[in-house]
Design a protein around this ligand. Structure first.
Ligand code: PLP
Length: 445
């Protein structure tokens, strides 16, 4: 098994990792098996996967039905192109299924292999939408600070986290960022958005892009009417609204899609992750009827945008089966119910420990903030490493969570599989309590 760790150090460049640390220490854990909400590593240690791995394993690990759907489709037709006039049943059926569960008025799907590709595609489609209406100057995309939209060229530029932008070296032109209603109020954030639109010039803005709930930014749940106000501003200026549902889609927030919590309908909606629960890579853009009509009416010639794996038959078959399971097993409702229990348990931890600030959840997407003093919201200094220390404590207790510790915040994120039950929610938050208590003692608060 050490052999594997050595090979990893030599040959495997990990995504979003410290290459130096990897060289020094090798991988912390090598996973071997998944079952339900648990992962087991090559040494037989078991971990509760309180993040659904990367916010994506919505139906949990080890679901044979998805393996069978993939095997059946692979034997029948593993791959065939969907380019131009070619098509195949799995992609047709999945597009139809997604249209049937998406908010009213969103009925056409462009497929990709993941979230970054989906957001780049939405941005390109949006710019194309304006170009075919003879408004090529409408090309700017307004994103939010702390937003995460992926790591491809346009999605990195739309991302509002400076570390990702610095790594890319240079941003694409035409991207601006406005305040998010986190450290600002919703009114201040809306005011800033209006100012930005006015300063940039409304006729130069193609779209506003936002996650209904910012995930990697720290599970930032906006006040109820914030997104309605964003939608209203977009309508006022004739700007398109792109909702990034890569994390929030497919039941995560206790609704099939995150926007349903805020009663808004976007013009374009991107998805990935939960569409296949991560069993195979798949993503896409759902397009509203009026955008689709415009493309059909005015897009002359070939739409020069498409991936080899757009509509991959095997991935599509897995997506279909995954959505069938989400519906059949009532996982959206379970997310709502278990999410309520998780939030109440967070609140109890908050009342018992001295370093827990804000706690929040929408369905099974939640977060717990660590602060030095909840009364004043005074934060820890970055060198105190409060959130990473809690994550280490949780790891020792057999649980995987995710810290968000940029720009001075210490946030522990939660996104367990939607199949989680009452007892498991209880255990999950009990482990959190013990881990935070240990760090509180260590930091001598
Ligand atoms: N958008 C959001 C909201 C995400 O959380 C992510 C990934 O975490 C992405 C886009 C990028 O997706 P991918 O990593 O599949 O490219």
């Amino acid at each position: 098994m050490e052999h594997l760790a050595e090979l990893d150090k030599k040959h495997f460049i990990h995504p979003t990792s410290s290459i130096q640390q990897q060289q020094a220490n090798g991988p912390k854990v090598i996973m071997e098996k998944g079952e339900g909400i648990y992962l087991t590593d090559i040494n037989g240690s078991e971990y509760m996967d309180a993040m659904s791995s990367l916010w994506n394993v919505n139906i949990g690990h080890g679901q044979d039905e998805l393996a069978e759907a993939a095997a059946e489709q692979m034997k029948q037709l593993a791959f065939s192109s969907a380019f131009s006039t070619f098509s195949h049943e799995p992609a047709i059926r999945l597009a139809e299924k997604i249209a049937s569960i998406a908010p009213d008025g969103l009925n056409a799907v462009f497929f990709t292999s993941g979230g970054s590709e989906s957001n780049d595609s939405a941005i390109k489609l949006t710019r194309h939408y304006w170009r075919i209406q003879d408004q090529p100057e409408r090309r700017k995309i307004i994103g939010l600070k702390r937003a995460y939209h992926g790591v491809a060229a346009a999605s990195t530029s739309a991302t509002g986290i400076k570390e990702f932008q610095e790594m890319a070296g240079e941003m694409m032109t035409g991207f601006v960022h406005t305040e998010t209603p986190y450290e600002k109020t919703a009114d201040e954030a809306i005011h800033d958005l209006r100012q930005t639109i006015e300063t940039e010039g409304p006729d130069t803005v193609a779209a506003v892009m936002a996650e209904p709930i910012q995930g990697a930014g720290g599970v930032l749940i906006p006040p109820d009417d914030y997104l309605r106000q964003v939608r209203a501003l977009c309508d006022e200026y004739g700007i398109l609204f792109i909702a990034d549902e890569v994390i929030t889609g497919f039941g995560r927030t206790g609704k099939m899609f995150g926007v349903e919590n805020f009663s808004i309908t976007p013009d374009l909606m991107t998805f990935a992750k939960g569409v296949t629960s991560g069993y195979l890579p798949l993503g896409g853009v759902i397009v509203s009827d009026h955008v689709h009509e415009m493309l059909k009416e005015k897009s002359k010639g070939t739409l020069f945008h498409g991936f080899t794996y757009s509509g991959h038959p095997t991935a599509a078959a897995v997506g279909l089966k995954n959505i069938e399971i989400i519906e059949r097993d009532g996982l959206v409702e379970n997310a709502r119910e278990m999410g309520g229990q998780m939030l109440r348990a967070f609140e109890k931890v908050q009342s018992e420990l001295d370093i827990v600030g804000d706690v929040r959840a929408k369905g099974l997407l939640g977060a717990v903030e660590l602060v030095q003093d909840p009364a004043t919201n005074k934060r820890f200094s970055p060198d105190q490493q409060a959130a990473p220390k809690v994550i280490d404590q949780l790891h020792e207790r057999g649980m995987i969570c995710r810290p968000v510790s940029f720009e001075g915040t210490d946030i522990i994120c939660f996104a367990p599989p939607l199949i989680i039950n009452r007892e498991q929610v209880h255990t999950m938050v009990e482990k959190l309590h013990d881990a935070v208590f240990a760090v509180q003692k260590e930091l001598q608060v």
